[in-house]
Write a protein that binds this ligand. Structure first.
Ligand code: UDP
Length: 498
């Protein structure tokens, strides 16, 4: 059965608002959901975070720490029934799910509906609002049964959501035979071009259509949107998305900035990092300001072995100090491991490899870091913006191509590596390897790109200042957070307390 995973049941029972956050169980969704919960709790609302065992284990220390410091926050651990949907035991760790079985994973998550409802009925205070990842269409039923409002939670930007929404609403790809033929996104003031390959629509891939339809239906029916973005970065797109969906959007980000005040930063997302935070800081302390390039592709991407080598050689040739995060290096064969060993020797003192989980936000905010080579996952992109860093954009799949367009074409803080087609979720699994010269040139361009480089850095710093102002008292995200809590207090109307 479900467990609260901690004692101290009294915490939060005095709160008037009780938000239940239901992230998708991937790190790029769990991490910002936990940050959001912390922010809500900091302002007096009770926040319950739902997680399956594998994910719960990763975030429990963070939540326990917050509870000990008096925050009204709870972890609701629910078991995942892998066997019921034909998944191997332990598939709660999404790295262990074979690509073809990811829809089964979504089926397993949908089975959380009944246990979640039971849990919430059995553990007062009664929820006043469900904040559900937009992918969890099954929370529509939970919210309806409990008779509480339901908001969609997006770790995505409004620019991306609006582009995707408009392309779908106006059937922009209709009659376009070539997946790589650019079409202009309708309904925007700025001219933005996308291809079906880059932005097919969420889960619009063979075998995922029923899921995509259910998700769209749940998104359209939501009572509002909570978004990890901030007003000053993309005001026209936030307003555009609100109008297009005819629903309120609360932008409360960048949520990673919550951690400026907390000792939880280094442990964000995973308490066991592959490198100790202080070792990382010591290494960075020895480098000049803005001299180090940070290179990471997020929590899901596995690079092709050939790509790993080209990337390594490109970083070496750039001449810049770098920190390169390679998730799961054991996944590679002897040739890559030998290559990495040799590379580490050649660049000793200048280049550092983190093999596993990196304390990313801690690193990005160190003064020695001057640029970020990113896959443009939204969390990473916004973390770069919050830290005032120019980026090399290297999208792989999902919303990443649109995030690249935001960084390069709208915000002017990025240099594109030039990849035009997604790497995964493709049936033909075509290899696209970016050459070492391209990597070298892109890194040089963000790190020491002359006037253009300076321009990008200035814009990134200006955005960072706006981001920090947004989350402080008097700022837009701060105000939205308070408004959100107020709207969903017990006595605010529209909520049942039973
Ligand atoms: N992250 C981290 N250390 C790592 C890899 C990722 O802290 O070694 C964090 C990163 O800061 C971000 C999240 O994990 O908050 C990844 O989310 P993103 O949207 O960037 O990409 P995804 O993993 O979803 O592709």
């Amino acid at each position: 059965g479900a467990s609260n995973g901690m004692g101290g049941e009294d915490i939060g029972s005095a709160a008037k608002a009780h938000f239940v956050l239901v992230p998708l169980m991937y790190q790029g969704h769990v991490i910002p959901a936990v940050d959001t919960a912390m922010l809500l709790a900091t302002h007096g609302a009770l926040a319950s975070v739902v997680a399956t065992p594998y994910n719960a284990a990763r975030i429990r220390p963070t939540i326990d720490f917050a509870r000990r410091s008096g925050l009204p926050i709870r972890l609701v651990e629910l078991p995942l029934d892998c066997a019921a949907v034909g998944l191997p035991e332990g598939a709660d760790d999404v790295d262990k799910i074979p690509p073809a079985l990811h829809t089964n994973y979504f089926d397993a998550l949908a089975l959380l509906a009944a246990p979640l409802e039971q849990h919430l009925r059995a553990h007062p205070p009664y929820p006043t609002c469900i904040v559900s990842d937009f992918c969890h269409s099954w929370t529509v039923g939970v919210a309806a049964n409990l008779n509480v409002p339901r908001l969609s939670l997006y770790s995505m930007c409004a620019f991306c959501l609006l582009c995707q929404h408009n392309v779908e609403r106006f059937n922009s790809y209709e009659g376009v035979a070539d997946d790589n033929e650019p079409v202009v996104v309708p309904g925007l003031e700025k001219r933005i071009e996308v291809t079906r390959a880059q932005a097919p629509g969420f889960f619009r891939a063979p075998g995922f259509d029923h899921l995509a339809d259910a998700i769209e239906c749940a998104r359209a029916k939501a009572d509002g949107v909570v978004m990890n973005s901030f007003l000053e970065m993309e005001p026209e797109y936030i307003a555009g998305y609100e109008a297009a969906r005819n629903m309120k959007v609360w932008t409360i980000g960048p949520v990673s900035l919550y951690h400026r005040y907390a000792a939880t930063l280094a442990a964000r997302g995973n308490t066991s990092t592959a490198i100790a935070a202080d070792e990382c800081i010591r290494w960075l302390d020895g480098k000049e300001p803005n001299s180090v390039a940070y290179v990471s592709f997020g929590s899901i991407v596995h690079a092709d072995p050939k790509q790993v080598m080209e990337l390594g050689l490109g970083l070496e040739a750039s001449g810049h100090p770098f920190i390169w995060v390679l998730k799961n290096p054991d996944h590679y064969g002897e040739a890559v491991r030998e290559f990495l060993g040799d590379l580490e020797e050649r660049v000793a003192g200048r280049g550092m490899l983190i093999k596993g989980w990196s304390p990313q936000v801690l690193i990005l905010n160190h003064a020695a870091v001057g640029g970020f080579v990113t896959h443009c996952g939204w969390n990473s992109t916004l973390e770069a913006i919050a830290a005032g860093l120019p980026v090399v954009t290297w999208p792989h799949f999902s919303d990443q191509f649109l995030n690249e367009k935001l960084a390069v074409e709208v915000l002017g803080i990025g240099v594109s590596i030039g990849v035009k087609e997604p790497l995964v979720w493709r049936i033909d699994n075509k290899e696209i390897v970016v050459g070492r010269e391209v990597v070298e040139a892109a890194v040089r361009s963000i790190m020491d790109g002359g006037d253009e480089g300076e321009g990008r850095r200035r814009k990134a710093l200006a955005l960072s200042e706006k981001a920090r102002a947004a989350v402080q008292e008097g700022g837009s995200s701060f105000a939205n957070l308070l408004d959100l809590i107020k709207r969903f207090e017990v006595d605010a109307g529209g909520c049942t307390t039973e």
